[in-house]
Design a protein around this ligand. Structure first.
Ligand SMILES: Cc1ncc(COP(=O)(O)O)c(C=O)c1O
Length: 397
């Protein structure tokens, strides 16, 4: 067997199962899970229809590069969303469909890391677990940058040494962040691009929550918009990851894209051809419909806005918790050990949340997720409100 597999950490949900395994929750209260980040709003009917209308495409093998029409639809979406001037993104060179960002983040790391160079894959901490597993299986060393409240839950990139940047092969960004909900500001994105040029590393910007935000007047900036502001029309060293899972409530469709530097996309396509991760044609056709429509995305944001308003009204008086800049998580500070909080909340109120320390790694004795919990506001409004009321009762009791 591949001995690198032994380096993989148990997934946070495995740890959570172990934590709650022997605990008997209050029998009179129905279970409410704020633990899993799975969108629960209804999938758009027109996407389901496009999928159903094209089921006959099951009869054909899809190509890894995907349909030109899908890459065109994605290109137009990037132009609209990130103000990319027409002609900068070439649908044939800069864009690839992927089966959700999870597989893409993993596969991308395998394609980019040079195993012979003793390289680092730098990521925020806490972080989406795939960054770490992908780095380990690619033969790189994960390097974690703490996201603390004293820096707006962004890594302190200024504190990273030139030696560390020199060894960096991929810098993962996650904006809006999971679990912190923080955005990487435009100025920071630009500085990071300058650092990538100076030290020759790739920036992989995981922007799968980019369409979940609160202020309709200021959508989160992305790495493509930073390239636009810098006049960087070749998107050198920059690749973004987007998904229909959160934007369009289609986590089971498995559809997203990567876009950016053509010199990276080309070898990544080669890697994917061997890896065998072509998107089924019917999924591609349904995805075109989804990327071409913003109305359902606006309605989706309205639903989250309503839930955050209601839940924060209940929790803010009793818990140190803020509205995030984007995404669908609350990253709350709790008045006790985070695992203990989760265990006791589950036992007393039958509400499941994730201990922050399970989503982070301890570095130099500090786990930046310790003392916090992640709550995903994915359930329907009434359920989120009930969960918030139970958490409030738990804290007051
Ligand atoms: C930060 C982050 N990136 C990527 C993903 C993967 O999403 P998908 O594969 O559905 O696009 C998730 C899913 O929860 C996530 O939280």
């Amino acid at each position: 067997m591949n001995t690198d597999l032994l380096q993989l950490q148990p997934y946070p949900f495995e740890k959570l199962r172990a934590l709650l395994g022997g605990v008997q929750p209050a029998a009179d209260k129905r279970a409410i899970a704020l633990s899993i980040g799975e969108p629960k709003h209804e999938s758009p009917a027109f996407v389901a229809k496009a999928l159903a209308d094209n089921l006959s495409q099951m009869a054909v093998y899809p190509t890894t590069v995907g349909l030109p029409a899908l890459r065109q639809a994605i290109t137009r979406w990037c132009e609209r969303r990130f103000n990319v001037p027409s002609g900068w993104l070439d649908a044939d060179k800069h864009v690839l469909p992927v089966n959700g960002t999870r597989e893409a983040l993993f596969a991308f790391t395998q394609a980019v890391v040079n195993r012979e160079a003793d390289g680092l894959v730098i990521s925020p901490n806490p972080f989406y677990q795939i960054y770490e597993g992908a780095a380990l299986l690619a033969g790189a060393t994960p390097h974690y940058l703490a996201c603390l409240d004293n820096n707006g839950f962004n890594p302190d990139f200024n504190a990273v040494s030139a030696e560390t940047w020199k060894r960096c092969q991929i810098l993962f960004l996650c904006s809006p962040g999971n679990p912190t909900g923080a955005l990487v500001p435009m100025e920071t994105l630009k500085k990071l691009i300058a650092l990538a040029d100076e030290h020759d590393f790739v920036i992989a910007a995981d922007e799968c929550y980019s369409e979940l935000y609160f202020d309709e007047q200021s959508p989160p900036p992305g790495l493509l918009s930073a390239c636009v502001e810098l006049g960087r029309s070749d998107f050198k060293r920059c690749v973004v990851f987007h998904s229909l899972s959160k934007r369009s409530n289609l986590p089971g469709l498995r559809s997203g894209f990567v876009a950016g530097d053509a010199e990276i996309i080309k070898p990544f396509l080669l890697y994917r051809t061997y890896h065998g991760c072509a998107m089924p044609v019917q999924t591609q056709l349904a995805s075109i419909a989804a990327w071409n429509d913003e109305e359902h995305v606006l309605a989706n944001r309205d639903l989250y806005r309503e839930k955050f308003d209601a839940v924060l009204e209940i929790l803010a008086p009793v818990l140190d918790v803020q509205r995030p800049d984007g995404g669908f998580y609350l990253w709350a500070k709790v008045p006790m050990d985070d695992a203990e909080f989760c265990r006791r909340l589950f036992e007393g109120e039958h509400v499941t949340v994730v201990p922050g320390s399970y989503l982070s790694r301890e570095v130099n004795g500090v786990n930046p997720g310790a003392g916090r919990v992640r709550m995903a506001l994915v359930a329907p409004l009434a359920e989120c409100v009930e969960a918030a009321q139970r958490i409030r009762a738990f804290l007051k009791g």
